[in-house]
Design a protein around this ligand. Structure first.
Ligand code: KIV
Length: 300
């Protein structure tokens, strides 16, 4: 039996296609669309921001119906959808395809989530001009914002994109596209010297106009300090403790269906829910009330 994004039974009469029954659109949402000013306002007020990855129309619509505010079409799709060991092999065409699918799902469900698309490895490292060409592909696929990894050299790329009207989410800490240079999936920013570099890069990214900053596998005290120091750039943590402005998890990890071992910072929300939408709602509630992440369990 088909379920629509609100978890109700679908009426197969209305959505039968030659290819099968599609989930119908949910009733018009009563939530206001998430926008950059709303995200900034949540950061200022101290309301936690929720983000999950999604790679297809249906899961995006369910996440939106569950109240997830930001949906990231992450290049983690290289692992969870394509079965790769890293994100390095993901192409701009792959990202455009999945971003378009997610955007279509959100439109169809009259969703309100803020949609972020990753710029994949090799699509922005060459020049600012290459970055804007790639970002345009992702924006035209339906994203509201692009995400790119790294600090230092990325500052001028971020500024170039922001000045041309493309909102940017930066990403520091463990940056999976450079996993080979980093020597593996390990915590970043440990020790005073590494922490100082990260702080400098984070400030530069805020000054360049980045509106969001993903902090991945960063010690909890450092990410909490960065969050306090960056009033205009909301931090979104993954394995970075509870002191960030918001949290993100890879969808398959939080549903307990990934191909490998779950990293320490993941909580399997399916263990406390009877449906996928229920698991997403539990995630949203836990982030909002501060019970996820638990620094004693999920952080460094
Ligand atoms: O690609 C991705 O899913 C990400 C998140 C882990 C933040 O970058």
């Amino acid at each position: 039996m088909a379920l629509n994004p609100t978890g109700e039974q679908a009426s197969s009469a209305t959505n039968a296609t030659p290819y099968g029954t599609l989930p119908p659109a949910s009733p018009p949402s009563t939530r206001k669309p998430i926008s950059l000013p709303r995200i900034q306002e949540m950061h200022t007020r101290g309301e936690k921001i929720t983000m999950l990855t999604a790679y297809d129309a249906t899961f995006a619509a369910v996440a939106d119906a569950a109240g997830v505010e930001c949906i990231l079409v992450g290049d983690s799709l290289g692992m969870v959808c394509q079965g790769r060991h890293s994100t390095v092999g993901v192409t701009l065409d792959d990202m455009a395809y999945h971003t378009e699918s997610v955007a279509r799902g959100l439109r169809r469900a009259q969703g309100t989530a803020w949609l972020i698309g990753d710029l994949p490895f090799g699509s922005y490292q060459e020049s600012k001009e290459q970055a804007i060409r790639s970002a345009s592909v992702i924006m035209q696929a339906g994203a509201h914002m692009v995400k790119l990894e790294g600090g230092g050299w990325t500052t001028e790329v971020v500024q170039f994109l922001v000045e041309r009207g493309i909102p940017v989410c930066a990403h520091l800490g463990l940056t999976p596209q450079t996993v080979h240079a980093l020597g593996g999936y390990r915590v970043q920013g440990r020790g005073d010297a590494a922490a100082d570099v990260m702080k400098k890069q984070a400030h530069e990214l805020q000054d360049a106009g980045a509106s969001l900053l993903v902090l991945e596998m960063v010690p909890a005290p450092l990410s909490a300090e960065l969050t306090r120091e960056l009033p205009n750039c909301a931090t979104i943590g993954i394995g970075a403790g509870k002191g960030t402005a918001g949290q993100v998890l890879v969808l398959h990890d939080m549903l307990g269906v990934n191909l490998g071992k779950n990293p320490k910072f993941v909580r399997n929300f399916m263990l406390e829910a009877s449906s996928i939408r229920g698991a997403m709602e539990a995630y949203v509630a836990a982030v909002k009330n501060g019970s996820f992440p638990d620094d004693a369990v999920h952080a460094w």
